[in-house]
Structure formats: C-alpha cells, structure tokens
Design a protein around this ligand. Structure first.
Ligand code: FES
Length: 162
C-alpha cells in the first residue's frame, strides 16, 4: 500500500513539474518511463484523469512511439544489432549466447530477477564494428559469444557489489 502510494506520489511530482499541462504529455510519459523503466497501466489511467484527457489518447501516444514500453524492462538493457552487416557477422550467435547465459526461453526478453532485458535493433550505425551490441549506453563492437558472456558477468559482479 505504501509502495503504491509513493508510486503515485512521484507521478504527482512529475505532473507538477510539467504544470499539469496536457500538451506536455510526451515529456511526462518520458519522465514516468525514466522513473519506472516502463509505463505501468495504472499510471497511464492516473495520468489521463489528472490531465483531464481520455485514457485512449494517453494509450495512443504511449503505443505510437517505439521508445515507450508498456511492459516492465530489466535494469540493464542489452540491444543486439541485427541489421544486415551484423547479421552477416553472426549476430544471431550472440543472441543465442545471451539467451543461454540469462536463461531466457524462446519468447522471453526479460530475466525473472528483472536485471536484464534483451532486445534486437536494426543498424546501430556502427557497421564497421559488426557485430555490435549496446549494453545500456555502452557500445561493444566485434563481439563474440565469449565476449558478451564476460560483459554480462561483469555487470552481474558490479550489481553484487552495489
Ligand atoms: S548493421 Fe549493425 S551496426 Fe549497422
């Protein structure tokens, strides 16, 4: 109950920072996503009533932009490029290695402990480094299955320290 209250408390702060201005719906959604790493359904409904707009409009904006997600994501996002250059250099082998390392089944993208989410993207604009992936904001080029397993281990080690 307390957690749920503080959840809305933070959303109220975001709304106040944006003066409850419905024309600022996109920055508001952005701030909410930054806070929770996704857009929880109950918050979208809350935003709609707080901004005095229809839930359909809020959902429409939240689903129109690929950047927004309505599903919870892990703390660390691994984006594997599967554009042409990376695909040719066996990006699928990286994806398989990551799934195996993280214990992700066929249609799973996020680990149960919510530590990692695996996504595929098309061309990160670094084709010369193919195959390329992003671990959060860090670019890793010329990746191999062994190297990505080490990168993941490093992230897990840092998490254990913190
Ligand atoms: S295809 Fe992967 S960076 Fe361009």
């Amino acid at each position: 109950m307390e957690a749920s209250y503080s959840k809305f408390n933070r959303v109220c702060q975001i709304l106040e920072e944006n003066n409850y201005d419905k024309s600022k719906l996109i920055p508001i959604l952005q701030a909410v996503q930054n806070e929770y790493r996704y857009l929880p359904e109950e918050i979208l409904v809350f935003l709609a009533s707080s901004l005095n707009i229809s839930p359909a409009r809020v959902y429409g904006v939240a689903t129109f932009f690929a950047h927004f997600t309505l599903k919870p994501k892990g703390k660390h996002i691994i984006k594997v490029c599967d554009g042409t250059a990376c695909h040719v250099k066996k990006s699928t082998g990286l994806i398989d290695a990551i799934k195996q390392k993280l214990g992700l089944k066929e249609n799973e993208h996020t680990t149960k402990d919510m530590l990692f989410t695996l996504e595929t993207v098309s061309c990160l604009g670094a084709c010369g480094l193919a195959p390329v992936l992003l671990m959060d904001e860090n670019v890793h080029g010329q990746m191999t299955p062994d190297k990505i397993v080490k990168v993941i281990d490093e992230v897990i080690k840092n998490e254990e320290k913190s």
